[in-house]
Write a protein of this length. Structure first.
Length: 64
């Protein structure tokens, strides 16, 4: 994404902002859920663990 003719600066700024938000939310999720160490031994196990953490996090934050 270094070709200025293909990618304008405003698009790159927007993409960076989105990445920043994702990283911030993941950091908050890891801190809140005490996800210092993941216990899955395979890629599928880690993905399942992350999915469960995200599901629980969203259920706890759900507005009734």
């Amino acid at each position: 994404m270094l070709d200025a003719a293909l990618y304008c600066a405003t698009d790159l700024v927007a993409l960076y902002g989105t990445c920043w938000e994702v990283e911030t939310h993941l950091g908050q999720l890891k801190t809140t859920m005490h996800m210092d160490v993941l216990h899955g031994k395979t890629v599928l196990g880690v993905l399942k663990e992350l999915t469960v953490f995200a599901l629980i996090y969203n259920l706890v934050r759900c507005d009734r």
